[in-house]
Design a protein around this ligand. Structure first.
Ligand SMILES: Cc1cc2nc3c(=O)[nH]c(=O)nc-3n(C[C@H](O)[C@H](O)[C@H](O)COP(=O)(O)O)c2cc1C
Length: 406
């Protein structure tokens, strides 16, 4: 065998990324088939197999009759090629695709979220009497069925490529309606490329659902944020989040809009400018978490924006423990990034979060099945959370011991 032959054998015929990009249609079919296998397996196991069933696990299909595999198939048909709806949503196939659905640059920050979560195991404990764990929490005065919220996602045109297929309003109705149906809350986003009229459209959906939702603003000029805060208050939304980590995305703003980093004094001004709880999203260090407490923030979201703003940021599960140690109990601690299963939720709670946000999976649910699709995604996650709680002896999501991590 000569040198060239050897090289030919060593070189992969297609890289993993090429595979997803070129063979995306079959990959999608595999994704759907994979999901179908999982759901069917759960069904075949029957009620006796599932502690979750006793605690209110979801049926395989929502009342409308759709199953999760059907929802994902429909999502893929609409989202491809912006999102390939891969079997594992891990940022491999879509790396660098921002705007789009991926992580920025090399996509490392997106992947770091999943890797950081995967670096923790769960210690199985079964000598106890935890049979029906409590997954409920109270947040901003609302009793929720689970410590899982939709993350903030928007941009049906520039991120999702859905022009002519799904409107902002339809997408939002899926997110907000599906979250309410699952007993939790969803977000209205303030997209970097959106005019204020698009924001108004999204907030109108929250208003339509009786104010049962949360809203986000970009770190725009103070006066523009305050204008939007008044719109949020009028919608009845329960809290305002600012994704301060969008500060470096000025090039994508529609002039004359701007985004900018904020000084503690500016943040304090914003906290005072609204009667709603004000939460700062995109906190990745204990120092800034402490500053958020100092300026009076009602909460922080430990987030690297799903890996979409700064390449090479660490996974959130890695930085969360030190941040929670610094501020938990004095402000609410949310976390997001790479949450795909109920076990991921439990890990983040054990690492110090009060609640978690889920981005891309909920997005797919809304595009593929509207409110019904979102409900299915969230209820599957809650069901997995219940299973993981039983098998780690965790009675309540309000008190999750770090000792369940292995
Ligand atoms: C298509 C898309 C749009 C997003 N838009 C926003 C946004 O407008 N504001 C924001 O704070 N975060 C936004 N995010 C980030 C999410 O809120 C969240 O931090 C991230 O998606 C969590 O990671 P996950 O998707 O892996 O669950 C967006 C994410 C995606 C995928």
């Amino acid at each position: 065998m000569n040198q060239n032959d050897r090289r030919e054998i060593q070189k992969p015929a297609v890289t993993r990324r090429d595979f997803f990009k070129t063979a995306a249609v079959s990959a999608g079919a595999m994704a759907v088939a994979g999901l179908a296998v999982k759901v069917e397996a759960a069904e075949a196991a029957g009620p006796a197999a599932a502690p979750a069933a006793a605690a209110g696990a979801p049926a395989a299909a929502a009342p409308g009759g759709k199953t999760l595999p059907e929802v994902m198939k429909a999502a893929r048909e609409k989202l491809y090629p912006k999102c390939r709806v891969c079997p594992e949503c891990d940022g491999q196939a879509c790396s660098g695709e921002v705007p789009g659905m991926g992580g920025i640059g090399t996509g490392k920050a997106f992947r770091n979220n999943l890797e950081a979560l995967a670096s923790y195991g769960l210690a199985m404990k079964t000598f106890h009497d935890v049979k029906k764990p409590d997954t409920s929490i109270t947040l901003f005065g609302e009793k929720l069925s689970m410590p899982i919220l939709s993350a903030i996602t928007g941009g049906v045109t520039y991120n999702m490529g859905l022009k002519g297929k799904v409107t902002e309003e339809e997408y939002m109705e899926g997110v907000i309606g599906g979250c309410i149906a699952a007993g939790t809350l969803g977000f209205a986003a303030d997209g970097i490329e959106d005019p204020v009229t698009t924001y108004a459209t999204r907030l109108a959906v929250i208003k339509k659902f009786g104010g049962k939702g949360l809203a986000q603003v970009k770190p725009r000029a103070q006066v523009d944020i305050i204008e939007r805060m008044h719109m949020v208050e009028a919608s009845g939304a329960k809290a305002i989040f600012i994704d301060i980590d969008s500060a470096g995305r000025a090039a994508r703003c529609k002039p004359p809009q701007i985004v900018e980093p904020k000084t503690p004094a500016q943040l304090r001004e914003l906290v005072k400018a609204t009667k709603l709880p004000f939460v700062i999203k995109g906190v990745m260090t204990p120092e800034e978490a402490q500053l958020a407490v100092d300026v009076g923030a009602a909460g922080i979201v430990v987030s690297n924006h799903g890996g979409r703003v700064l390449d090479h940021t660490p996974g959130t599960a890695k930085v969360l423990p030190a941040i929670a140690k610094a501020v938990k109990g004095r402000t609410l601690v949310f976390a997001d990034g790479g949450v795909r299963y109920g076990s991921d939720v439990l890990k983040l709670l054990a690492l110090g979060a009060n609640a978690v946000l889920v981005g891309r999976p909920v997005l797919r649910g809304s595009v593929g099945g509207g409110a019904e699709g979102v409900k299915l995604v969230l209820e599957k996650m809650r069901s997995e959370l219940v299973d993981a709680m039983v098998l780690t002896g965790t009675a309540s999501v309000k008190k999750v011991s770090r000792s369940i991590l292995a």
